[in-house]
Write a protein that binds this ligand. Structure first.
Ligand code: ADP
Ligand code: ASP
Ligand code: MG
Length: 820
């Protein structure tokens, strides 16, 4: 059975709990694969802490003692929690003894105030050594045959401390020899090795544990290398810079190498070579989401749907350009340039040369800027004096982006699409290079354009798992807050089923407002609003929304305000869609209705208001599909008030009308002043909207309300006075209900529209009438049309309540999201 090599990075082994998680994974892997070699990093942050310690010591700052103590404390804490009291006490002395040499060395550094790279390598080696030792001890404690491997015994390198070169001829047989027992779980240190002659500790470069694991895998001819980290594999881009980055299922070795070379930290660049040479499949997995398949890196990455596989970037880059008339046709210029750069130990990240041979441009790290300048100017001193070549030009503070993928070969138009995208976003490209393998296009942009460039290119080339839709929410009363709660509760299913991520970038109540480019946290938006320093103001709210300039934005008006709809035009003119339960905009004058509808059509920007009528019931959308497909609506009859409906559905001769109104009010079914419902004003607004959506030109005066209430009730100064007046009317209501009961009829508050006239009135209906059987707070809309002639189309269901209204609003927002 071939061995399998697993590597766990710093975050995977950050503390005792995580080491237990790691050992669970190791144990289940052992059951499956029998022979295992596990390579570990230091607990996360330890390498930095040790480097900080030695740096403090070097500059003779006594604080080195504090950071050293922090390190030791962490090691003991982890050991104690992981191993429990007994095992911990059995190894405690060994742990302490191990650190004596470190403590002495640091004291020496503090004394002479000097720490060479060699010293630093020795100091940081303690990070990996402690971690591997503790994990091996823990597995032994659990009864496994497990052995600690100090990689300095087997990985032999040259003396380039800090980033040593591995001698594979010496290393391979040593690994084979020391890891020969197939039944032992070997736990080896990542990152470190030793100088081949002296045996002095070396390191393989920051992030080098990946490389160590690849070295073990190659030497052992492993069946696979698994790199366990804290993300679901290699993602399409750095998730810290591109939020929509997602896991790439497969990559070729070449693609993976390019990604890591161009800054994808998930894999240390040298890692690929040893596994590629031995053709060892390499899998990047997430310790915290082991079910996820991660990324498989192997010879031939199949099943790739996209043209490009990934997008990477390197920050802090300087472009160095050498140009001048004396360069043309003169052999050896490029050779001399690269030689002097190499002599200065400067790494070249990218090269471009114009075919006129008039200039050569290379990209290097900002850190090497000064050294490159002096090396080049010295090398070409003579030519510069003779004005054949200009003094070298340097432009720092840039960023390199690389678009990577094997499928780019033979796919025309990639560069076109790439640069068109950058152009559209107003991003200036400073230099471009494409390797002849067509595996990679690299270009330089200003550092400040990095995020926009990465995200724009990502949007253009990758099919996102989900679309981010930016919401600007005004009004967080009952409906607004219920909407947000439903967004939180249904977050995962919305993402999964609608492929949409809803983000609130602006929110306002009547007092304060709050904005965030990254999204306001929905969990505590109320507290955040309370602490916000920005007072509410619709104009300023809209200014900010326009300024944020997100691609897919929806303005959600959850208020009943008359003022906010006055701004709808400006919002739509700025390409922002609107979704609202506020009835004012569409039920005001017909000219306003027509203007808003026309603007929405001309700008191709949705203005949706399904919840204006019947809460979550699909009323407006049904009317729209009827009229859109050529049907002609002739008549609408409807019970449109949930609260009035509740009152009449429960009215019998055994109850007093006034008591019932009070009960409905106490249940929160009516407005605070129940006259708003009983007057029929709200029903009228809904009827206006229904009639208009059915294709009629209707003004307010075309609909007559036959009021339920006496004039005295309507004119009463307060709600209390209203109830006093209503009490006086008790006999009148009693008479009405007795009459209805005698005729076996029900009282219903019905709105109807036909032949250009609308009425809203209380009617006594018999059992043949469709409204007869209504119950609870049901709404019912009966539509007569040329198609639904003999039997009308009926929509019935709960037509009031925050839950159904908010759900209707959420459904509307999601359906709008798909067309934005
Ligand atoms: P480990 O400690 O396991 O070695 P690293 O921190 O070295 O982990 O690498 C994993 C991190 O690399 C991720 O958490 C992520 O932030 C970063 N990263 C950068 N680019 C990419 C990418 N293209 N795909 C995945 N992760 C990336
Ligand atoms: N611990 C080392 C570092 O932080 C090596 C690694 O984690 O890969 O660089
Ligand atoms: Mg790493």
């Amino acid at each position: 059975m071939r061995m399998r090599v697993l590597k766990f990075g710093g975050t995977s082994v950050a503390d005792a709990q995580r080491l237990k998680l790691v050992s669970d994974i190791v144990q289940s892997k052992q059951k499956k694969h029998k022979s295992l070699c596990v390579v570990v990093s230091a607990f996360s942050g330890m390498t930095d802490l040790l480097l900080q310690t030695v740096n403090f010591a070097q500059s003779n700052e006594t604080s080195y003692k504090d950071t050293y103590d922090q390190f030791i404390l962490k090691v003991h804490d982890v050991a104690q929690e992981l191993l429990g009291r007994d095992t911990y006490s059995s190894i405690k002395t060994e742990l302490d003894d191990n650190h004596v040499s470190l403590q002495n060395l640091l004291a020496g550094v503090a004394l002479i105030q000097e720490a060479s790279p060699k010293t630093k390598d020795y100091v940081v080696s303690f990070g990996e050594r402690n971690c591997a030792f503790l994990l091996a001890t823990y597995l032994q404690m659990l009864g496994h045959k497990s052995a600690y491997i100090d990689a300095r015994k087997v990985i032999k390198t040259d003396g380039s401390y800090g980033s040593a070169i591995v001698d594979f001829e010496l290393t391979t047989p040593l690994i084979k020899k020391h890891l020969s027992d197939k039944d032992t779980i070997y736990i080896a240190t990542g990152f470190i090795g030793s100088e081949k002659i002296s045996g002095v500790t070396t390191t393989l470069g920051r992030g080098g544990s990946d490389y160590s694991a690849a070295i073990f895998a190659a030497a052992l001819d492993a069946s696979a290398l698994e790199i366990w980290t804290d993300v679901d594999g290699v993602l399409t881009s750095d998730p810290r810079k591109v939020k929509k980055a997602y896991s790439i299922p497969e990559l070729s070795y070449l693609e993976a190498a390019e990604m890591s070379h161009f800054g994808a930290k998930v894999l240390y660049a040298p890692t690929i070579r040893p596994v590629k040479e031995k053709n060892i499949p390499t899998i990047i997995k997430n310790t915290f989401n082991p079910e996820h398949p991660g990324t498989l890196i192997h010879h031939e990455a199949k099943d790739q749907t996209g043209i490009i596989s990934g997008l990477s970037s390197i920050n802090n880059v300087t472009l160095v350009s050498l140009q001048g008339s004396g360069m043309q046709g003169v052999p050896g210029i490029a050779y001399r340039l690269f030689k002097c750069i190499a002599d200065g130990q400067i790494n070249v990240i990218m090269i471009t040369q114009a075919s006129s041979e008039h200039s050569i441009c290379i990209a290097i790290s900002d850190n090497d800027e000064k050294s490159a300048e002096s090396h080049i100017n010295k090398e070409f001193e003579l030519e510069i004096q003779q004005r054949l070549i200009d003094p070298v030009k340097l432009r720092s503070g840039l960023c390199l982006l690389a678009v990577i993928g094997e499928n780019m070969k033979n796919s025309p138009g990639v560069a076109g699409k790439l640069f068109e995208t950058l152009g559209k976003n107003g991003i200036n490209v400073e230099a471009i290079a494409q390797g002849s393998s067509e595996l990679n296009i690299t270009f330089a942009v200003e550092q400040e354009d990095e995020s926009q460039a990465l995200n724009a290119v990502h949007d253009a080339f990758f099919l996102s798992e989900y679309k981010t839709v930016h919401l600007f929410v005004v009004g967080i009363g009952l409906i607004g807050s219920t909407l947000i709660r439903q967004m939180i509760n249904n977050h995962d299913s919305i993402r999964k089923n609608s492929k949409v991520e809803l983000v609130i970038n602006g929110i306002s109540n009547s007092k304060k407002m709050l904005f965030s480019e990254d999204g306001v946290s929905m969990d505590n938006y109320k507290e955040q609003l309370e602490h916000s320093q920005v007072s509410a103001g619709i104009e300023k709210f809209i200014d900010r929304m326009i300024q944020m300039n997100f691609a897919h934005s929806i303005f959600v008006d959850n208020t009943a305000s008359k003022v906010i709809p006055e701004h709808y035009s400006r919002i739509m003119e700025n390409n922002i869609a609107i979704s609202t339960p506020n009835k004012i905009a569409l039920s005001s004058g017909m000219s306003q209705y027509k203007k808003l509808k026309a603007l929405s059509g001309a700008m191709n920007i949705p203005l949706n208001f399904e919840t204006n009528v019947g809460a979550g019931l699909p009323v407006i959308s049904t009317l729209k599909s009827l009229t859109m497909t050529g049907d002609k609506i002739s008549k609408i009859q409807a019970v449109l008030s949930g609260s009035v409906s509740y009152i009449f559905n429960n009215f019998t001769s055994n109850v007093d009308f006034m008591d019932l109104v009070k009960e409905a009010q106490e249940k929160g079914l009516t407005e605070p002043d129940p006259r708003e419902d009983l007057s029929g004003a709200d029903v009228k607004r809904k009827m206006l909207i229904l009639a208009r959506e059915s294709g009629f030109d209707v003004e307010d005066e075309d609909i007559e309300i036959k009021s339920l209430l006496s004039d005295a009730c309507i004119n009463a100064d307060s709600v209390d006075d209203f109830y006093k007046e209503l009490e006086k009317d008790t006999p009148r209501y009693k008479e009405m209900i007795l009459k209805a009961e005698a005729a076996e009829e029900h009282l219903r508050f019905i709105a109807s529209y036909e032949n250009g006239r609308g009425t809203i009135s209380l009617q006594s209906v018999d059992s043949q009438n469709p409204f007869y059987g209504l119950s609870g707070s049901d709404n019912m809309i009966v539509i007569h049309s040329s198609r639904y002639n003999d039997t009308p189309l009926v929509i019935r269901g709960p037509g009031a309540g925050a839950e159904v209204t908010a759900a209707g609003l959420l459904a509307e927002i999601l359906s709008m999201s798909s067309v934005l």
